[in-house]
Design a protein around this ligand. Structure first.
Ligand SMILES: Cc1cc2nc3c(=O)[nH]c(=O)nc-3n(C[C@H](O)[C@H](O)[C@H](O)COP(=O)(O)OP(=O)(O)OC[C@H]3O[C@@H](n4cnc5c(N)ncnc54)[C@H](O)[C@@H]3O)c2cc1C
Length: 421
């Protein structure tokens, strides 16, 4: 008997339409955990599911379980502002995120799932001459790496986003940089698409199975304690986003990560207003419009350590002040929802995809603000690391050893201060 819903196609849709939609089954099977797996992935978010998918489909490793403590998709993969782009500053990061953007471009065919990949462009505004220099350097670096980046004048910014108040009292806009291939992807479709495709490829997706301990024999991992009993594994991969340091601590490892909360907001549905992803360079504010019409926006982390999935009012005030400064028309818009996600903030603002001091324990974490866009590349390269025991070339710079060796990849140039990244 089929346990997942099979291949989606126009023909299938038509057939089910005539059959009263009776032929569909679950998008992925709810597996009961077996006592032993070759690979156990902790965390059924974007990175955990993508890692499982690529292990099964690229490396033929299907003896894999993804253990998720809740239902699939309620972590950050379903809480983010859906922005994808590769306009980073450090060349190895540009290459990594560009690799991810290229994977996004063919992802829907790969997964046979509509993830609503929308390359509507990401526009970063600048407000001082120093910022213009910085963005110009960044754009030139990107172009040297073969990545798209265009400089826009004030008039071009206004033509692209007529709502922007170029001469706003706080930080007048001097121009912008556009990455035309950046955009948005429907966040929870990514979780569902990877879960369904991984389950189809033979992976066990086990929901409501919190990992409570990591068992070791000397310097080697042997499995995980869970709410549903002990599960043995040759390799354990932690892909738990904001909980990396907590899980690593269970294995006796202290990570260079702090946990913070990041908020996001969505307004009532509106007619089309903004058809790019817009970033305000003067504060930390970014906005796009969802396909349902809601304006989705966010700002910086709240700035204190927490595991709570909700933020505080001062940041609400800061984000809305930035919103109405840049786009005064938003003052009349009603915000429908606001929520928070628990984030791993690494000490250099760059992620970690790495083996650890415990043999068999692999880490995918430290995603800071940017882990959604990295899901395809994160999963692809973590699967490579598990399958081959060596890092994928595009993620080799993301090893844990860089902190001890002083090879940090300081993306924002602010040093080991996570709240400043
Ligand atoms: C408000 C907000 C906006 C954001 N906006 C963007 C954006 O626009 N673009 C972008 O690129 N990034 C963005 N991010 C960051 C991005 O969402 C994250 O970096 C990324 O989703 C993290 O990876 P993940 O999907 O695997 O995480 P998650 O979906 O959080 O997956 C981790 C999973 O691990 C599970 N877990 C934790 N502990 C255990 C345990 N003990 N046992 C079993 N399971 C466990 C959790 O339940 C969770 O489902 C944003 C984040 C937030 C919070």
């Amino acid at each position: 008997m089929r346990t997942t819903s099979g291949r989606y196609s126009l023909w299938r849709l038509l057939r089910e339409g005539f059959n009263g939609q009776r032929g569909w089954s679950h998008a992925w099977a709810k597996a009961t955990p077996r006592p032993r797996y070759r690979v156990v992935i902790v965390g059924g978010g974007g990175h955990g599911l993508a890692t499982a998918f690529y292990l099964a489909t690229r490396h033929g490793i299907t003896d894999v379980a993804v253990l998720e403590r809740g239902p699939i998709g309620l972590g950050n993969v379903g809480r983010n502002t859906t922005i994808v782009r590769s306009n980073y500053f450090q060349p190895p990061n540009v290459r990594f995120y560009e690799f991810s953007l290229k994977l996004w471009e063919s992802l829907e065919r790969t997964l046979n799932f509509n993830a609503m990949v929308s390359q509507r462009g990401t526009l970063n505004l600048f407000h001082t001459e120093a910022q213009r220099d910085l963005f110009t350097r960044r754009a030139n670096l990107m172009r040297l790496e073969g990545v798209d980046a265009e400089a826009l004048s004030r008039a071009q910014v206004k033509a692209l986003v007529p709502l922007v108040d170029l001469d706003n009292g706080r930080y007048p806009v001097l121009g912008g940089f556009l990455q035309p291939r950046g955009g948005t992807v429907r966040h929870d479709a990514v979780a569902w698409g990877f879960a369904r495709a991984a389950a189809d490829a033979g992976v066990d997706i086990v929901e409501h199975c919190a990992v409570t301990g990591i068992r070791r024999d000397g310097a080697r991992v042997t499995g995980v304690e869970t709410a549903r009993g002990f599960i043995a594994a040759d390799t354990v991969c932690l892909a738990v986003a904001g909980h990396s340091s907590e899980l690593a601590r269970l294995a006796g490892i202290v990570l260079p990560i702090e946990t913070h909360v990041l908020q996001a907001f969505v307004t009532e549905g509106l007619k089309p207003l903004i058809d790019v992803v817009l970033t305000y360079g003067a504060g930390h504010f970014y906005i796009n419009q969802s396909d349902k019409g809601g304006l989705v926006f966010g700002g910086a982390i709240d700035g204190y350590n927490t595991y709570a999935q909700r933020g505080t009012l001062p940041m609400v005030e800061e984000v809305t002040a930035a919103a109405v400064t840049l786009l005064p028309a938003l003052a009349r818009v009603r915000v429908l929802r606001q929520w928070g996600g628990v984030m791993d903030m690494s000490m250099d603002g760059s992620p970690i995809i790495s083996k650890t001091a415990l043999a068999g324990l692999v880490l995918n974490g430290g995603w800071c603000y940017g882990g959604f866009k990295a899901i395809p590349a994160g999963g692809f390269t973590t699967a490579h690391l598990i399958a081959h025991g060596t890092p994928h070339p595009v993620a080799a710079h993301l090893d844990l050893g860089r902190f001890a060796a002083g090879r940090t990849i300081d993306e924002r140039g602010v040093g080991p201060f996570p709240w400043l990244h």
